[in-house]
Design a protein around this ligand. Structure first.
Ligand code: AMP
Ligand code: MG
Length: 437
């Protein structure tokens, strides 16, 4: 069955399958069909970047008691009114509260207690004077301390419960767990946490011309790179890639490899979904029980994209175009948001910034173009410059750029100096770019 011609690009329907969707329509259909995976319990120590499947409440008060934020002296402010460098007040140091210790008695009027950071404030004290604002004097017992400031009310005291109280809701379900979240989990005594599972992604390459990167390749062959790109794109967001190998351009070969992927949550195949005579992937997908939902997206790179769901297993199937840039970009636009939804993320898409285009771009209307651009910070603005060669076979154009400029479906020209939306692919880029501002 011939399901369509990309050049005709009609918004049509073939049976239940739609053809020639906009990027937004395709994303919507995919996300509708994508479930959020169930929960698993893991060590909080290993839970960075996972998404919490439970709400976390506090079973503790933190800090558990009023405590000192400084090394110094616990005092009563009424003893120190008017104290200054020129008229210091000297108090006897009657006891000491070490970190991890407890006050042995109440602080009475006219007394000071030596105290260390994190130690509980003795009853009776209402301020802490920093060690730097005092001079220790020898004397009987703990000696004496000369204090040269009048402390503010509750100076250098951390209030009991100022971080959280018992019963406080600290982390909502659906939260991405970052470093501080895991520290908060630890501080309420949680060493295990329930998070959404990470999807397994079976990666299949297809084509008689392909050879694995570690094999000799003659002039008629192409080194298969897509599986490496796709595996890294999966890993970047915490999905679990499994490699199914290269399938030859024969239906039986593709079917055998695809069946090996049926236990995965997602199958991503690259190449073999356009209308070439040797493109059997769609036909085989139907044979293994995959209901195709759509084929063809009005974008460049990447028209020939197929999406379906395998009835028996619920496995999502993405048939991506084979050209390396098309594969990488269609993964970004369609597979990545679905994988993130599976993992429980609420933010599914890459961040978008506005940038100034450094040179004009032209195209025919009818497809959305995603143009690889290099970003630079100039005079407090981002400037986007298209990378040298926008061919969908030139993968180095993605190394040289950090983002994709969105050239809208019906637009024909974007002038130099125009403001354009840029999807940021390389978020590590910001680490280096900060100095530009
Ligand atoms: P196809 O979708 O089969 O027409 O492939 C489109 C182009 O992508 C062809 O030039 C293929 O050689 C190339 N291609 C397909 N699969 C891969 C792959 N795994 N790695 C690198 N290039 C590929
Ligand atoms: Mg091919």
């Amino acid at each position: 069955m011939r399901l369509g011609d990309p050049e005709r690009a009609a918004h049509g329907t073939v049976g239940e399958m739609r053809e020639g969707l906009t990027v937004a329509e395709a994303q919507e259909l995919i996300l509708e069909a994508t479930p959020t995976l169930g929960a698993e319990t893991i060590a909080a120590f290993e839970a960075a970047d996972r998404v919490s499947a439970e709400a976390i409440g506090s079973t503790r008060r933190h800090p558990p008691a009023d405590c000192s934020a400084m090394d110094g002296y616990a005092v009563r402010r009424s003893d120190l009114s008017g104290a200054s460098r020129s008229s210091p007040v000297t108090l006897p140091v009657v006891f000491e509260v070490p970190a991890g210790g407890q006050a042995t008695r109440t602080l009475a009027a006219g007394e000071a207690a030596r105290i260390f950071t994190g130690a509980p404030l003795p009853p009776g004290a209402d301020a802490v004077v920093r060690q730097e604002d005092t001079t220790a004097l020898a004397g009987r017992g703990g000696g004496q301390v000369r204090i040269e400031v009048e402390p503010e009310r509750r100076a250098h005291i951390r209030d009991a419960g100022e971080d959280f109280e018992i019963g406080d809701r600290l982390i909502e379900a659906g939260t991405r767990l970052g470093a501080a979240h895991l520290g908060v989990l630890a501080s309420v005594g949680r060493t295990i946490v329930s998070v959404h599972q990470r999807p397994s992604v079976a990666i299949l390459s297809g084509g008689d011309e392909l050879v694995e990167p570690d094999r000799p390749a003659d002039a008629g062959q192409i080194v298969s790179s897509n599986s490496y790109t796709l595996a890294a794109q999966c890993r970047e967001i915490g999905a679990r890639p499994v490699y199914l190998g290269i399938a030859a351009d024969r239906p039986e070969a593709i079917e055998a490899r695809l069946r090996a992927g049926l236990r995965a949550d997602v199958i991503v195949s690259s190449a073999g979904v356009s209308v070439g005579d040797h493109d059997h992937v769609r036909e085989v997908l139907e044979k293994v029980g995959c209901k195709l939902r759509f084929w063809g997206v009005l974008m460049k790179p990447g028209y020939p994209l197929a999406f379906g769901v395998i009835d028996a297993t619920g496995t999502l199937v993405f048939g991506l175009p084979g050209n390396p840039v098309s594969t990488a970009v269609t993964f970004e636009e369609f597979v990545r948001p679905a994988l993130r939804k599976m993992m429980g993320h609420r933010a599914l898409h890459r961040p978008v910034i506005q940038a100034t285009l450094s040179e004009a771009l032209r195209k025919k209307p009818g497809r959305l173009h995603l143009v690889r651009v290099a970003l630079a910070a100039r005079d407090g603005r981002w400037v986007a410059t298209p990378t040298h060669n926008q061919s969908s076979g030139v993968l180095t154009s993605m190394i040289r750029g950090q983002g994709l400029a969105v050239f809208p479906l019906e637009a024909e020209v974007l002038e130099a100096g125009a403001r354009v939306a840029i999807q940021i692919l390389d978020t590590g880029f910001f680490d280096q770019a900060q100095r530009g501002f």
